[in-house]
Design a binder for this molecule. Structure first.
Ligand code: GRF
Length: 220
């Protein structure tokens, strides 16, 4: 087996996706190690989760920087100081500059709470309910300079029930996020998942469409 993948996770808040990745590394389902957790907001729960797991934490408060480019350059340098193989955005609520996303192209993944390309951006659950969608879900994708627009790897799906509220729908999707993010990170750390010329390759095969969680036997 290859040496464990060095993972840096970027967060802004609760860090439940971070926790799922930490747990999956701890129980060896992912051949990886979270070497650092970086938050752009101080004192968030995700930082406490990381500290509890004995992981190095860093806070880089974006409000202390004059502009996006300066913040992104500092963030880039901080990430690079951990020599990561993978950078995971997990509820990291920042738009990233093109210089930043290009620098980490092919190494950076994001979890998004919708079935992309539907509902890029914020308030995805509310927008899905308002649009009268029958289904909703989450997506894991490679990060490119297009916001929530990089090639999608894996998606989940659930039926929207009449009794769903924004809160209960978000909670149901979040459970699926933990599964699909862990699965995609496992593939990445195994070297099975590669971004090639804007296409996703899984085990050397180009994906014509995102993989659907319902169609695979997940390890999570
Ligand atoms: C998740 O829904 C994620 O997809 C979105 O923000 C939420 C973060 O949750 N971008 P957590 O911090 O991982 O608990």
């Amino acid at each position: 087996m290859n040496s464990p993948c060095r993972i840096v996770v970027l967060i802004s808040g609760l860090g439940s996706n971070l926790q799922a990745i930490i747990d999956a590394c701890a129980n060896k389902k992912i051949n990886g190690q979270v070497v650092a957790v970086i938050s752009n907001r101080p004192d968030v729960l995700g930082l406490k989760r990381a500290a509890q797991a004995g992981i190095k934490t860093e806070t880089l408060d974006h409000t202390k920087f004059p502009d996006r480019e300066t913040f992104d350059r500092a963030l880039k340098a901080l990430i690079e100081s951990f020599s990561p193989d993978a950078i995971l955005l997990a509820g990291f609520m920042r738009i990233l500059s093109t210089e930043f996303t290009q620098h980490f192209a092919g190494k950076m993944l994001n979890i998004h709470p919708s079935r992309l390309p539907k509902f890029r951006g914020l308030k995805t659950h509310q927008r899905a309910l308002e649009a009268g969608e029958k289904t909703h879900g989450a997506s894991v994708h490679f990060v490119t300079n297009e916001l929530d627009g990089g090639p999608v790897i894996l998606q989940s799906q659930l039926k929207i029930k009449p009794e769903h509220t924004v809160e209960t729908l978000a909670a149901d999707v979040l459970k699926q996020e933990h599964v699909i993010y862990s699965q995609a990170v496992k593939w990445f750390c195994d070297g099975a998942l590669v971004l090639n010329n804007h296409h996703v390759l899984l085990n050397g095969k180009k994906l014509d469409n995102p993989i659907q969680l319902d169609d695979i036997e997940s390890d999570f």
